[in-house]
Design a protein around this ligand. Sequence first.
Ligand SMILES: [Zn+2]
Length: 835
Amino acid sequence: MPSRYVLPMFPYPSGRLHMGHLRVYSIADVLARFERKNRSQPTKRIPRSSSLPNNQRISNLESHSNKVIFPIGFDSFGLPAENAAIERDVAPAEWTKLNMNAMATQLKSMGTSFDWERLVSTCDPSYYRWTQLIFLRMHQQGLVYRKQSIVNWDPVDQTVLANEQVDSEGKAERSGALVEKKKLEQWFIKITEYQNELLNGLDSLNWPTRVKQLQKNWIGRKDGFQISCEIDGQNEDISVFFTNPDAVKMAEYVAIACDHPLIESSAIPCKYRPKLLQTAKNIQNSHFTPVQKAALGCSTGLFSINPVTSRRLPIYLSGAMPSEFGVGATFGGSLLDSKDAAFAKQNGIPPMKENDSIAVDFDLEPFKKTHFRLRDWLISRQRYWGTPVPMIHCSSCGIVPVPEADLPVILPENVKLSGRGGSPLASCSEWVECQCPKCKGPAKRDTDTMDTFIDSSWYWLRYLDPQNDKQICDPSLPAKHLPVTTYIGGVEHAILHLLYARFVGLFLFKSGIAPGSQDSEWKGEPFKLLLAQGMVTGQTVKCKTSGRYFKPEEIEWTGEDVARHAWTKDTHQCFELDAETPIVKATGEVGAISYEKMSKSKYNGVDPSEIIEKYGSDCTRLAILYKAAPTDELIWDERGIIVTATAASEASPQIVDTSKLEKELLFALHTAIKEVTHAMTTTFGFHVAIASLIKLTNHMDALPTSYHSHATFKDALSGLIQMASPFAPQSSQEMWANLHPNEPRTVHEIPWPSVSEAALKSDSHVCVVTVDGRKRGTVQVPRGAEKSSIEEITWDCEEARNWLFDANTGKRVQFGKVIVVKDGAVVNFVTAKKA
Ligand SMILES: [Zn+2]
């Protein structure tokens, strides 16, 4: 049986789990436990030992992985650790370690069954050594290069800022300075080299359509035409790309993007230059909304000659022109597009008249061209807490890669972090100064660190062989265990993380670092199936006029005993309230309820630890999984947790007919097995599965206690506990041990129950056979059968034989009437009245 690989996205070690984590790891754990049960041997036990000698390590991991690989780790590089260092003077490594320990404890308290032996942490040199190796191998193959690129520059702190350090108004979060754009030499990875494969590969993936569409749009293949237009009065041409074949005939102007090289060209007339550069800067600034940007435009003072119509077209910088569209220049025309029309009007560009659009006979075929929106991956970060770029700058040899044998290039400790000045590593001279590997002369280390998306782009491979210190992964393992069977994570990672992981996966496969084998499914796409779990939202109460969020303690909820009337600030009217209406204690106004993504600022967050502490992990898991399908939004409401402690059902006084109960119970059990198995394997409808288990529980709960000692009841109870075990692992095991005190295996090692089609086919029910109102026996009849056939079947009732057949003749008694009651629940034979 091939192994299964259940992989939830690993967390960033922020220090505390949030409800989104609780959801993703609950979903993943249910799947892993289910897959493990499916792979359990009916009798064999595999010992679990964490303290095996090193040479047995892989074989031990492998013996488990014949079943299910279910790893966890930490995406532990990144900005928050650096910020914590600046704010609280704690070393990023120390802060991260504390957080990882705290989160590991929380993950364990959820009752998860991760393979902790596979733990990886991306900030550990034993991990990032291989991140550096991947970078070097890419460099070897010409997939890494340096280029000038624009960064966010804080002019006060003299430092490069990540996008998340720039607020919505374009100001630096820390210094408050208006962020500038600055050009800097940066490292790039040529992801565009793989653009066709990244696009075409999507077809083979079992991923949600919307996620595939997002990837498609991001890669953005555009088929169109590209022609070269002469710039009037210059010895220069401008390439123009367009997808609408009519554009060339109807062009009124050429629109260029804000980073088009023409903007800085000496061809721009002096009087246009200042305004042009300022407009380009404004378009690039992140504090403009897309709509505001689209409205920005400015003439370059240059004209191009349309080679088809010979019309002189003004060249305009346009905020509506995406720089990733083709070559950053296209035709605009008021007859082509309403937005173009608005732009032309706003900038006073003379419109083309209807009869100007001459039907030029022009063959566009030779000008066909395909462009991609995808741009190369800028991986340089002028940050401390990341994987150091393993490159050395030598004044005589140029840029020299660190030899693989010298890896890892370890991040130095005790680097002063202030958030000011250039790259923090540059200040660490004893680290920067090094020897050139080529000429052995003095040289300097590269002081950039890598984008953390690199660290998370290949962790799924390292999990297969996390402690290998000779290789990134034993080359026999990828073919055995890849691709990941089910990858589970938030849809917010739908574009970048998944794209980078796919790209790196293809590279690892092709470069032979993670080879496949002839008959393996592994072809470089890391995640076969993606389960994109929905958001967790919590209830917020806002002020209806100001939109301010209220804290829970500011609110009083109306209930039965609270006044049923309130007033609104805006209309000063009294109105009737629903039973659950939030009233602001201080003012008496009515708050507006909404459900939004949990966040501190909205006071709607919930601490998972508190919930687990209060209700226990099993109950919390069930509440999360039962409330919504994994892919849907989960509205978290603690009031939804009902701790049911059902009292044992009253012993029924009537006589128990066990054969009837048995058939019905088996039917209920196998219906549940069928429904739960289907939900687990095809739809991931865990909420549906739990509903089936509840239905079975209710069925069993209604049975008389005298039946509880019956073997079928015990079997059904075993089945119920087994099916509940992935969802509520701890209580299931407790019940299992009580039910089977002599069973050495835990419930988690017992194979998943299989459906008995026979039990389902016997879709029959019990019919009580009475003669003149007295019960004489029972018989099984098919559900929904015709009255006449039910009557016919009851004649075969063995127990009632003495009453139905004449003892002397052996023939059927002549009854006066035979009444089939309630679809055959009872059939009453009524003796003919003697005259
Ligand atoms: Zn050198």
